[in-house]
Design a protein around this ligand. Structure first.
Ligand code: SF4
Length: 466
């Protein structure tokens, strides 16, 4: 068992107290890379690579109850922060809303799901296996492979074969599989995964398929079928509830692939509640620059095709990984969300996300004055998406879309604060300039012509290159 690319080294393991360290996602939100035998809890810490020896020795405990993850949970109970949680630590240090759940949700989870009736205000027995083990996940994220037809700036060979191919083309990686980012899983990984899935199925609220790109992955459908088969004998099925499946897609699969995915949706939506999310946080040519390989027209036309189906159990939204380059056109994307709602008379959702790594693409590297873009996004959401008189739409099960968008406002406000308080970091700007120059050279693009609003910023960043 080994941890891949451990968290940023300038963050130390430090005692901050239970209330500041605790987060239920370390217990309840596994992310499993089925094809390469890696996992993490939650979606932010580095991956742990599981070996055949781990699987033989620990069986299903090799997944969520391996010694490394038990120790990380003990850290949280002891009030220690760990560099693995660098994303939340960095965001919180900048006053930006993180995804840490905090004490109340942890206590509710322990009380209601795990069955430990403690309010965690007194001494905690950090050796109590009921507190250390994780046997009741509520969210499960699955990556079937890194097969992807795009190479988004903030992604990497680990998550995209297109990135991998580029790294091989420019000599950063050898083409033989042993040197590639996505090494195959040990032989027992998948059989153990299914054994484990059968044991934990009763606590699951949602299963999320992430990339690579699920709609071009031939294993996606067989995987869903196996999940459905196992879930037939679950608590949810006995209670007459359907499991929720999220599919995060780039909406840019070749036409025959995406149409085949759309053709499957009516039948799938009878069997599951589906949340189909389009990755994207910028608009038009800016989005095409950030998400290299993206065809904006194909992206929007695929979204329209999905919305036109108007399937009652299918919910659509944008998965917005807010980064340094999207902020100037994010308002236009939010306008698109509002326009689509009115045109198709269905709600459009969002998923909150932010790029912290690589650090040179995080939004708070920008000059303070660019915080105005976030202010405009906040005002637009407040007036048009979070206001029930402008957004009267309801998700299935009568959840108001406006109420959901209202929850995005504190994040936008905190991001505005984070950018407007940031101080210039020459080292990070230097890396930004080097990355953009290399990117333009390799991908035959021209940053300044796509982002004229960032010309002065780029010039300043380049001045640190020496
Ligand atoms: S503190 Fe942040 S990184 Fe750590 S488990 Fe919670 S959400 Fe994930």
């Amino acid at each position: 068992m080994s941890v891949k690319n451990p968290g940023q080294t300038d963050i130390f393991r430090e005692r901050v107290g239970f209330d500041q360290a605790i987060c239920k996602w370390r217990w309840s939100y596994p992310v499993i890379h089925v094809n390469r035998g890696e996992l993490r809890t939650c979606d932010k810490p580095p991956n742990i690579q599981i070996t055949e020896e781990d699987l033989q020795r620990l069986g299903t405990d090799a997944l969520l109850n391996n010694p490394y993850l038990i120790e990380r949970r003990k850290d949280k109970l002891l009030g220690l922060r760990h560099p693995d949680c660098f994303t939340c630590i960095i965001l919180e240090s900048r006053g930006i809303q993180s995804t840490r759940t905090g004490k109340d949700r942890f206590v509710r989870y322990m009380n209601d799901v795990v069955g430990v009736p403690d309010d965690f205000s007194g001494p905690i027995d950090v050796e109590d296996p009921r507190l250390l083990r994780a046997d009741h996940p509520d969210i499960l994220e699955i990556s079937l492979s890194n097969t992807c037809n795009l190479k988004c700036l903030y992604c990497s060979p680990v998550f995209s074969t297109s990135w991998e191919d580029e790294a091989i083309q420019f000599g950063e990686m050898r083409p033989d599989q042993a040197e590639r980012a996505a090494k195959p899983a040990p032989a027992s990984f998948e059989p153990v995964f299914w054994l484990w899935f059968d044991r934990i199925k009763d606590s699951l609220d949602r299963i999320i398929f992430i990339g690579g790109e699920p709609t071009i992955n031939d294993r996606f459908l067989p995987f869903l079928e196996k999940i459905e088969d196992i879930m037939r004998d679950s608590r949810q099925a006995r209670e007459g509830r359907k499991v929720t499946i999220n599919v995060i897609s780039n909406f840019n699969a070749p036409k025959h692939r995406f149409d085949r995915f759309l053709d499957l949706l009516p039948a799938l939506s009878e069997r599951f509640i589906l949340h189909v999310e389009a990755s994207g946080e910028a608009f038009g040519a800016r989005s095409e620059y950030i998400r290299k390989g993206l065809d904006w027209n194909l992206y929007t036309s695929n979204i329209r095709k999905l919305l036109a189906l108007r399937l009652p159990n299918v919910r659509f939204g944008f998965q917005m990984a807010v980064n340094a380059l999207c902020v100037s056109s994010m308002e236009e994307l939010l306008r698109l969300a509002a326009d689509l709602q009115h045109e198709y008379r269905v709600p459009v959702d969002y998923k909150e996300n932010i790029v912290v790594s690589p650090d040179y693409l995080a939004p708070y590297i920008l000059p303070r004055e660019t915080a105005r873009y976030l202010e405009r996004c906040h005002d637009f959401v407040e007036r048009n998406l979070a206001d029930p008189s402008s957004n009267p739409y309801l998700f299935p099960y009568n959840e108001p879309s406006a109420e959901r968008w209202r929850k995005y406002l504190p994040f936008l406000k905190s991001l505005h604060h984070g950018i407007s308080q940031a101080t210039e970091n020459p080292e990070v700007l230097k890396r930004f300039a080097e990355f953009i120059a290399r990117n333009d050279e390799r991908r035959k693009s021209d940053f300044v012509s796509v982002f004229p609003e960032f010309e002065a910023f780029y010039r300043r960043a380049r001045s640190f290159r020496g």
